[in-house]
Design a protein around this ligand. Structure first.
Ligand code: NAD
Length: 434
């Protein structure tokens, strides 16, 4: 196993590529995408082999006293993929479908995402197998504090910095920061990002992934010569990512014809006003209450629009519907919305797919700004955050676009090539430990 950091404990068996019954689609897709992109580069295959595996997967059990006095035990994971360029970074998910293999796959995507943005972080992801809707606030707090204690040795401002993800939010991050700081006997806001600004969070963090999706979508539309004021857009998922992206694109003149939540989509071929439809956060699952015409999510994905933004969940564009996609351009807001097989079909059909690891990377980029603010004990204004984010996104877009033009590859391969080149260079320079 090649690594230039001292070996960490792999606390449960790491399945091998090829154990198909063991791997979920997230890790299978992440590995196939890695191999696909690596084939375009003349790089050390030993480093690619190393990147197929996580450095460590920490699995813990978390006993929690319920409000009625009984004790339930939950399973939690924290997957560390690669830290050659800096501390591990990635979200923490509370969801009944969390698995260790999913955490590994998502941690790999975080490694590529940080590298494509040229951030000094590696990739991590974690989660607890729990339905947070079934917990009271105080049960969630006890779960979070105990989980923090169980993984305390593996996180820290210079080791691994969790952030919110599905089922977790700024309150969860506040509890983690407090639990960690109390045990370390000093206030360490840099242990997590996505906190409220009053305890070291960054302005603009919540809107950042949607903002970056909109920025990248705008650049992609310009690249393919779609007029900003005539571009039609369909957005699946009207949460933090989808609603912020839809509203910005609308402000920039695009015609947002459909937005959806888990119950269905609001549709108006003449254009909706996404500011008048409440996001998931503002009024959960209310999109269809504000619609004159409702269509299904499957129909939204196959609408005849210029731009499709899947911004809800993974694996929604698959072998089964890739042939029916009519959009001229796809910009991924969610993590992993397009399966490997669908990607190949869309490439054959000349439908460009601008990948998640570039498009929604505004979230981790502003997390990096938050971490810098915490370490320097100096907060930035919203304007500073947005200016810096816009610059970082444009720089990453230009790096990826240059590879598309130089090598005539897909946007996904180009983004991987940018990320892999940086990672392989870093591994080659640091060498193999011991
Ligand atoms: P969210 O919880 O704020 O909103 C999710 C939205 O998707 C809701 O409107 C929900 O109703 C809808 N949805 C859920 N299941 C659906 C389904 N089967 N069909 C259609 N719609 C469905 O979530 P979010 O933070 O906006 O995250 C969305 C995606 O973006 C996820 O894949 C997440 O991993 C990814 N992402 C989030 C961030 C972030 O910081 N929020 C950053 C990068 C990537």
């Amino acid at each position: 196993m090649s690594s230039n950091t001292p070996p960490t404990t792999v606390e449960s068996t790491v399945s091998q590529p090829g154990d198909e019954e063991e791997v979920t689609s997230a890790v299978a897709t992440a590995r196939r995408q890695l191999e696909h992109a690596a084939a375009h580069l003349d790089i050390d295959s030993n480093i690619i082999e190393r990147l197929k595996y996580p450095a460590a997967v920490h699995e813990v059990t978390v006993p929690v006293e319920r409000d009625d006095g009984t004790v339930d035990v939950f399973t939690g994971y924290r997957a560390h993929h690669d830290s050659v360029r800096g501390p591990y970074k990635g979200g923490l998910r509370y969801h009944p479908g969390v698995t260790r293999e999913e955490c590994i796959g998502l941690s790999m995507w975080m490694t590529w995402k940080c590298a494509v943005m040229d951030l000094p972080f590696g990739g991590a992801k974690g989660g607890i197998v729990v339905d947070p809707k079934e917990l009271s606030t105080s049960e969630k707090e006890r779960l979070t504090r105990r989980f923090t204690d169980e993984i305390r040795d593996t996180i820290g401002p210079n080791k691994d910095i969790p952030a919110p993800d599905m089922g977790t939010d700024s309150q969860t991050m506040s509890w983690i920061m407090d639990a960690y700081s109390m045990q370390e006997a000093e206030t360490l806001p840099g242990v997590v990002t996505g906190k409220p600004p009053v305890i070291g969070g960054s302005y603009g963090r919540e809107e950042a992934p949607g903002r970056s999706v909109a920025l990248i979508a705008r650049e992609a539309c310009n690249y393919y010569d779609y007029s900003p004021t005539e571009t039609t857009v369909a957005v699946q998922g009207f949460g933090s990512v989808g609603a912020n992206a839809a509203r910005l694109l609308d402000e920039w003149g695009a015609i947002v014809v459909a937005v959806s939540n888990v119950n269905g989509a609001a549709y108006d071929p003449a254009g909706l006003d996404p500011h008048k439809i409440p996001s998931h956060d503002e009024e959960p699952e209310a999109v269809t209450d504000y619609a004159d015409e409702i269509i299904g999510n499957d129909e939204l994905l196959t609408l005849d629009v210029d731009l499709l933004i899947p911004a809800a969940i993974g694996d929604v564009i698959t072998e089964a519907n890739a042939d029916s996609i009519q959009a001229h351009l796809i910009v991924e807001g969610a993590n992993g919305p397009t399966t490997f097989a669908a990607d190949e079909i869309l490439a054959e059909r000349d439908i460009p797919v601008v990948p998640d690891i570039l498009a929604n990377a505004g979230g981790v980029t502003v997390s990096y700004f938050e971490w810098l603010q915490d370490i320097n004990r100096r907060s930035w204004s919203l304007e500073e955050v947005q200016d810096e984010l816009d610059q970082e996104m444009m720089s990453a877009w230009n790096d990826v676009r240059a590879e598309v033009e130089k090598r005539d590859v897909t946007w996904r391969d180009a983004a991987y090539i940018v990320a892999l080149s940086r990672l392989v260079d870093a591994h080659a320079n640091r060498g193999l430990w011991p």
